[in-house]
Design a protein around this ligand. Structure first.
Ligand code: SAH
Ligand code: SF4
Ligand code: F3S
Length: 443
């Protein structure tokens, strides 16, 4: 609180875009209660950590942060500490045992409870983690960006990959009605938002639970007349549920970007089977080839896990062969992390940490060569970019992204503003980023 009596709230978000989107609904509720957002934890009357538990590293980092909050509470006993999101859902009241200075623990289906808990709580621990409540609630939303917006289209996951905690902490798949999504995207377009990202753990199974024939391609088609929206992204696709019909819809859309993030996880059929992914390498490659045939400029990215239990050197080499066959623009690569409550964590044939680290390095070395080569191929070409603003470390260098989600940095001469769509020529392709210069205003 400041001298004028203004109340402040600090929010930190971990994990995926779904959490970032949920944070906007936490911020919306806090604003409706009269809080101002702050980036200064010392000023905050409410500190909210919206957490992730997908890997042990994510959880460890957050537990460390929760530990640090003890000092803030000692300095300001009126401070309310709220832990929300996937880790809150997983830990529930065990978080109070571990960190008694935490006041509120709010799970993934209870976002709307923040308002009530802040109003009625009287210094007691309060837990709201009932998964039987609906996943979506009509809540005030404070959008963190002016030109980019997240729009959840579904929540939860039915896939139960044997390594993954997400279905346990997000619950079963529930789709939002198509007309609600279309209305929200159109309203965002009218309000000046240029780029929308449709969110779901598995966007390709969107609509199947509505049982009225709606699927992801109907949604893509229905968004075609969202005026003002220049780009529509979607995250995350699943190779088992992505169909050629959906690829056709994306290819014919004038708004959906030609970027496909299609997590493969492994290039070994035996491993894919043990992961319960529900597709083969051959099926995956058929989808990739089809998507590239329909969209020759497609940017393709993926997620991969190394050191899954039982992964032999031969199986790992099949993954290396797959990245060479596909030639991804980028891959998010992870060391397998055993998660309590998932089947793979109980299996005996775990891979030693040292071997997992070595495999990760080998995989990244090959992937980095591809990323560099593909980014070099973009040199001298001109791309339409939406300006995001200064880079983190240098205010004279600004950045934006191409439709394919590649980051381009240029020296800012003050001629462009955040949110402008500009044409940028690429001068130098690097592994992680492109360097370029602005050619003209307008994409
Ligand atoms: N629903 C999305 C994303 C889920 S989490 C999908 O199915 O692709 C994002 C990524 O984290 C996954 O794609 C996977 O590569 C990785 N991941 C999930 N659980 C993991 C674990 N236990 N260990 C290591 N990586 C994991
Ligand atoms: Fe996890 Fe698999 Fe669901 Fe993705 S599809 S969220 S990896 S269980
Ligand atoms: Fe993490 Fe939950 Fe997303 S576990 S990856 S924040 S769905």
């Amino acid at each position: 609180m400041d001298v004028l009596g203004n109340k402040f709230a600090y929010i930190a978000t971990y994990g995926c875009q779904m959490n970032s989107s949920d944070s906007e609904r936490y911020a919306g509720q806090l604003e409706a209660l009269g809080y101002h957002m702050t980036e200064d934890m010392d000023m905050a009357d409410v500190i909210l950590l919206n957490t992730c538990c997908v890997r042990e590293t994510a959880e460890g980092k957050t537990l460390g942060k929760i530990g640090e909050l003890k000092h803030y509470k000692e300095r300001n006993p009126k401070l309310v500490i709220a832990i929300t999101g996937c880790m809150a859902q997983e830990w529930q009241d065990r978080l109070f045992e571990r960190a008694p200075h935490v006041d509120l623990v709010i799970g993934t289906h209870n976002i709307h409870k923040l308002t009530e808990l802040l109003q009625v709580r009287q210094g007691k621990h309060a837990l709201a983690a009932d998964m039987s409540l609906p996943a979506f609630h009509d809540l005030p939303t404070k959008r963190f960006h002016k030109f980019f917006a997240w729009v959840p289209i579904m929540n939860g996951c039915n896939k139960y990959c044997t390594y993954c905690i997400v279905p346990h902490v997000r619950g079963r798949e529930v789709s939002r009605p198509l007309q609600d999504i279309v209305a929200e995207v159109k309203a965002l377009g009218r309000a000046g938002y240029k780029e929308i990202t449709l969110l779901g753990q598995n966007v390709n199974s969107y609509g199947l639970d509505l049982k009225d024939g709606t699927d992801f391609s109907s949604l893509v088609d229905a968004l075609e007349d969202a005026k003002g929206v220049e780009r529509i992204r979607y995250m995350t696709s699943h190779p088992k549920d992505m169909t050629k019909k959906m690829i056709d819809a994306i290819a014919r859309s004038t708004r959906v970007v030609h970027h496909l993030h299609l997590p493969v996880q492994s290039g070994s059929n035996a491993t894919l089977k043990r992961m319960n992914r529900g597709y083969t390498v051959e099926h995956y490659l058929e989808l990739v080839d089809y998507a590239r045939e329909k969209m020759p400029d497609l940017v393709l990215t993926t997620d991969m896990i190394v050191g899954f239990p039982g992964e032999t050197e031969e199986m790992f080499q099949e993954t290396l062969a797959l990245i060479q066959r596909v030639g991804y623009d980028m891959a998010y690569t992870f060391i397998y992390s055993p998660r309590t409550g998932t089947p793979a964590a109980t299996w005996k044939d775990q891979i030693p940490q040292e071997e997992k680290s070595k495999r990760l390095k080998r995989l990244m070395d090959i992937q980095n060569e591809f990323s560099l080569a593909l980014n070099k191929k973009m040199e001298q070409c001109v791309y339409s970019v939406i300006v995001e603003g200064p880079t983190k470390n240098d205010e004279h260098h600004w950045f934006g992204r191409t439709g394919g989600n590649k980051m381009i940095i240029w020296e800012n001469d003050g001629s462009v503003s955040i949110g402008d769509t500009v044409s940028v020529a690429v001068d130098k392709g690097q592994t992680w980023v492109l360097k370029g210069h602005i050619v003209s205003q307008g994409g």
